[in-house]
Design a protein around this ligand. Structure first.
Ligand SMILES: Nc1ncnc2c1ncn2[C@@H]1O[C@H](COP(=O)(O)OP(=O)(O)OP(=O)(O)O)[C@@H](O)[C@H]1O
Ligand SMILES: [Mg+2]
Length: 449
């Protein structure tokens, strides 16, 4: 029997929902606000959280990242107000499995709930399987920069050296960290992630290294730190440049000695763990300005993997779009496609949020667009909303856009002109004319030029 936690401040709704979820054959726990929910999650295993957005005090959206960080295996379905699409999108972005508009349709809720629980039990049945599935999830594409990362990753993964992953937000640093783990000698061990930027500085040390009973007020029993929990596996230090300086010293000592000193302890414990770290900041600049210790930087970055921003990944956008559409279909959403013009707009967009943003927009568009085909107008309407024009669509002429599309189609179909013409919706002869008028070198395009 699965355990479902309903977090909502409305007692009637909790009662009704609770009864329904019970009738679906699950165990139910209830909380009326964030703190209560956390207490329950800390005290027992919960498979799924039904989370209301509008809670008194801490909102559901605010709580969500903490839930995903601390209980990554527990799926969350967010309950949003009617028509609040932005909230829904935010929730999905923060890692919710899905969202339900209030008032909930019970049939729909049951479906979503079962799917989420199925995902959870699959994950439990075979962590190894899930790991290999999620590592297969990296779309490498064809850009030289990503190919370099992939080649380096394959070489470094089986070794025990530390790896530092660099790249802007949303470029796939965490995916790469998981891939490193999946291909390492410690793949059967745990993969433990800690986001150094998301935890209060005062808590980082005990979270990372643990504490002894009585080490500080509230330390009622001994608690293992994440470094020890990761023993025999991989410790992923996300946003490592955000670590306070005094902890950087302690981390360096841990890396050098292979020993953990729990807060309040006098003797260290030996811990063997593969270290992977990541940051989106410019580390060289952070070292220069003294915010990041140079010795730690060298110790962590024996090998550096630098993920390129999406705008430098050439023709990868359509590949990624296709991948995300397929993933949505696998999650039970209707199959949609993008018109070539719509894809063309994507290709010229600046992508400040990189692959994550692309994924979110694909998801948003496929939820919100009416027909089976997502058109350029849909994309224009949804892209860059609330964002200055300068950082959004970069302007280009129609002719330039056309040329880009032709190049894109030729590359995608590896120079197969009939196939490219078909995808572009023009006659083969028209394609030949375009190639001539743009003076394109098809062989060079296929070769990646
Ligand atoms: N190469 C890729 N192939 C497929 N999906 C990707 C790829 N890169 C990123 N994504 C998608 O983007 C999301 C964000 O990736 P990830 O969390 O690894 O980014 P990040 O670099 O750690 O970002 P941040 O610095 O904001 O933490 C992933 O959940 C995944 O959906
Ligand atoms: Mg990340």
């Amino acid at each position: 029997m699965s355990r479902v936690l309903i977090v909502d401040d409305e007692p009637n709704l909790r009662r009704v929902l609770g009864r329904e979820v019970c009738a679906m054959g699950h165990g139910v726990k209830e909380a009326e606000e964030a703190e209560g929910a956390l207490r329950i999650l800390e005290s027992m295993e919960v498979d799924l959280v039904l989370l209301d957005v509008n809670l008194p005090g801490r909102s559901g959206l605010d709580l969500l990242p903490e839930l995903r960080q601390r209980w990554p295996r527990t799926e969350v379905i967010v309950m949003t107000g009617h028509g609040s699409v932005e909230t829904a999108v935010q929730a999905l972005k923060a890692g919710a499995y899905d969202y339900q508009e209030k008032p909930c349709h019970l049939d729909e809720l049951e479906q979503v709930l079962n799917k989420a629980l199925e995902k959870r039990s699959l994950a439990e049945r075979s962590d190894a399987l899930l790991d290999s599935a999620s590592s297969a999830a990296i779309e490498w594409g064809g850009s030289p920069a990503m190919e370099q990362v992939q080649a380096d990753l394959l070489k470094v993964a089986p070794t025990d050296v530390s790896v530092l992953i660099l790249g802007e937000t949303g470029t796939g640093k965490e995916l790469v960290a998981r891939e490193l783990h999946a291909r390492s000698g410690v793949a059967s061990g745990p993969f433990v992630a800690i986001n150094c930027g998301a935890i209060a500085p005062t808590l980082v040390e005990s979270l990372l290294f643990g504490h002894e009973k009585g080490a500080f007020t509230g330390a009622v029993r001994r608690k293992l730190g994440l470094a020890e929990v990761a023993s025999g596996g991989t410790l992923f230090l996300d946003e490592v440049a955000e670590l306070p300086l005094d902890l950087q010293v302690k981390l360096l000592r841990f890396l050098q000695e292979g020993e953990v000193l729990r807060v309040g302890a006098t003797t260290p414990v030996e811990v063997q763990v593969r270290i992977v770290a990541a940051t989106h900041v410019d580390v060289d600049a952070a070292v220069e300005s003294g915010e990041f210790r140079e010795d730690l930087y060298y110790r962590l970055g024996t090998v550096r993997l630098e993920l390129p921003p999406l705008r430098d990944r050439g023709g990868d956008v359509p590949l990624l779009v296709e991948r995300f559409l397929q993933e949505m279909v696998a999650r039970g959403r209707p199959a949609k496609i993008f018109s070539p013009e719509a894809l063309g707009i994507f290709e010229t967009y600046a992508w400040p949020g990189n692959v994550r943003e692309l994924r979110m927009i694909v998801e948003r568009l496929s939820i919100l667009s009416d027909g089976d085909t997502i058109e350029a107008a849909d994309v224009e309407r949804r892209l860059g909303r609330g964002r200055g024009a300068g950082s959004g669509l970069s302007l280009m002429t129609l002719r330039e856009a056309e040329q880009k599309l032709v190049v894109l189609a030729l590359r995608r179909f590896r120079g197969d002109k009939p196939a490219a013409a078909k995808a572009l919706g023009v006659a083969l002869k028209t394609l030949y004319n375009k190639i001539k008028s743009f003076d394109l070198d098809v062989d060079a395009i296929v070769a990646g030029g």
